[in-house]
Design a protein around this ligand. Sequence first.
Ligand code: ATP
Ligand code: MG
Length: 587
Amino acid sequence: MNFIGIDLGTSNTVVSFKKGEKVETILFDDGSRLLPSVVSVTKNKTLLIGNSALSKKKSNPENTFFSTKRFIGRRSSNVKLKEYAQLPYKVDVSQELVGLYSSNLKKRFEIHEIAAQILIKVKESAEKYIGTNVDKCVISVPAYFDNNQRIATKQAAEIAGLEVISLVNEPTAALLAFLNEGSYQGNYIVFDLGGGTFDISLIEADIDIEKKSFFEVKATKGDSKLGGDDFNYLILQHFVEEIKKKLPNTKFDEKLLSYLREESEKLKKQLSVEEYVEVDLQNLPQKNKSVLDLQMTFTRKDFENICSDLFSKIKNLIKKFINENISVDEISNVILVGGSSRMKKFAEIVKELTNKEPLVSLNPDEIVSYGCCQYALIRENKEPSTFISDVTPLSLGTGIIDDVNSVIIPANSAVPCSRTEVYTTVYDNQEAIDVDVFQGERQIASENILLGNFELRGIEKAERGVPNIEITFTIDLDGILHCEAEDVKTKSKKSIFISNSFEISKEEISLLREEALKFFNSDKEFVNNSLIKRYSAELKPYRNQSSVAELLKISNNYLEGISNINISKEKLINKLQEKLFQNQKKL
Ligand SMILES: Nc1ncnc2c1ncn2[C@@H]1O[C@H](COP(=O)(O)OP(=O)(O)OP(=O)(O)O)[C@@H](O)[C@H]1O
Ligand SMILES: [Mg+2]
């Protein structure tokens, strides 16, 4: 029984396995360690995967699918036109989940079927390289991937004949990669700048290969639309401007743009090593049907100036992340991951803002897949002394009466985790309750994202407020959410496994957090008002003894003292009644 660790990246896939005491990266049949995450369908209907597919990007653009990880497991209704309008292949949003259309096959593909093709190639190549059967794996996913995206990734592996021991978040995998490298204690920041995304994660770790190891991901932030591709694009734009200036009769067609795209990436990579590069653009087609060449020179400084907006964006993100989460002198070390972290300016920015030299003992392309392999070992119980914990980016809660949100698992809670809150009924002899599961930071339940709902029946027949109903939310090691409600007395139970959640991109997470802040005061007022309104109705019997105005005043004073509303409102009413009694006694 053999397992592999797979970093299924947007641009490239990397695979590692345990060889003796070491973790090693497999070489694909062309001798490369990186398999481009690209699938192409040829005219004669065969599938090409990896470099052979990448080389068809120019000649068979409609049937060559790249960067598909951006769409895996996502609902069509949540994908914006601008996310796919520029792509040369057809993204099909006519069904519930996003798919792709191949004109050569006249067939729609589900995105996870494309990922499955990459994983089939991965399994074959790993078996060939290692020389044994491979049937299990750990796959890394971005920390912000939601349930659907995780489930779709698992489905892809299943199609490829790989049992998924577990999924692991990419930043966690990055730190795990250092398990064999010695002892690490403290606060680590992982910066992962890949082809399409930039992720920052703060992890508290106590790694000692001789002893018990512990990891906790304290915070994550990032930009899912900032990566190496954006740098290529700015260089491409610069090339186009220069050509227009120097050779104004140049005819720009798709073929020329593809050539310039390749040259842009080449220049960017060279400037990570060299200070100075000469670019020789050849055979630029002219309107009079001739071709011309153009030579240009670039220093690393020129490149940094062309891309200064992107570097500023990166700088601001890192600054904000540090400000929000840690003081610079508490950072123990930093780890740079992803191909784009090789850009010298990136490393400089990280060093300037963290005051740390990054750990460089491992190759930034291979770190995540190494970590997946380490995680497979842990999950296969060969190293049972390691504990890992990630965080959930947004709060998970349930709506209680009057649309008030009651948080069960707060944002940034370490996962895996399980929390229970106790709720009760609103009406006498109420036998069923609806449990809505919300994700988000707003105090008004319906302003958050509804992930799912279910009904618990068979509640004890009793006066309102008497039954105790426990609602438990559990996030497992794969980041998948299970919700359960149980009447403590009748033992009646109902649970759901949420498989239809909306995907949450990092932008959406920031937006939801910003909105929650913006609406904090008005939400609080809404919650207070609806609670007060209900109390004044609930407390009718006492009106003779105290005017409504007085009741409201007392309610208000009471609510002022409650900093969070993370308890069921019915309990709140009971408490308020007690409080009112006390006050009335005093009066
Ligand atoms: N030497 C280099 N200098 C600058 N950029 C580089 C270098 N080598 C690779 N890159 C860039 O790294 C990017 C690919 O990185 P990587 O393989 O880590 O991405 P990925 O993991 O597939 O994507 P993501 O993490 O966004 O899902 C490409 O944009 C590539 O141009
Ligand atoms: Mg990556």
